[in-house]
Write a protein that binds this ligand. Sequence first.
Ligand SMILES: C[S@@+](CC[C@H](N)C(=O)[O-])C[C@H]1O[C@@H](n2cnc3c(N)ncnc32)[C@H](O)[C@@H]1O
Length: 204
Amino acid sequence: MTNPNLEPCFNWRGRYEEDHTPWDLGGAHPGLVDWMRENPANGRAALVPGCGRGHDALALSQAGWRVDALDIVDLAGETLGDSYTQIGSRFLVTNALDFDPEGSLGQGAYDLVYEHTIFCAISHEQREIFGANLARCVKPGGLLLSLLFPTNKPSDEGGPPFRATPDELATALGESFELLEDEAWVPTSGGRRWAERRLVFLRR
Ligand SMILES: C[S@@+](CC[C@H](N)C(=O)[O-])C[C@H]1O[C@@H](n2cnc3c(N)ncnc32)[C@H](O)[C@@H]1O
């Protein structure tokens, strides 16, 4: 039986079927590209939950990360072609709320988990579950990189995207994570409707 606490709050599949995916930047987020310049992969393993069409996952993979990109919708990963899998990275159709890094799909806990518009796609009621699962996915000493959005959206406007502030993300992650960096992100390419920040957390 499916667990109602783990059900997505939105018809994501419908958006891919209609090809109506306004969140898709068409390429890797510049905040990730900048971060990768200062953080060499050295063959480490990264997890990209809610990867969508996978532009960020592909960029991480091309930079030398062993990437598992996951999405609850199979159609999301259709654009990730051979160039992605040939370098050892994978697209997995699974739920980020109960993905088990030690289970049959996972490759053990990851050195990096990259959050880009997946936290804001999770309902407020499910954020604690999401945060607890991220703690299972990141190795002690590993990092969570978040391009957090939309930090200044009025909460009464609902979602997705649901408002996501640094405090809200820190609360969802709990005591297992320590905030190392929090900086405002100024979009260089048109940007999104609401503000973004780039945060780095250390898994204790
Ligand atoms: C706003 S989109 C962001 C996609 C991608 N990160 C990007 O920035 O282009 C949110 C994505 O998360 C996926 N998603 C939503 N809930 C999910 C869940 N519980 N587990 C895995 N993927 C989920 C959706 O299918 C969608 O592709």
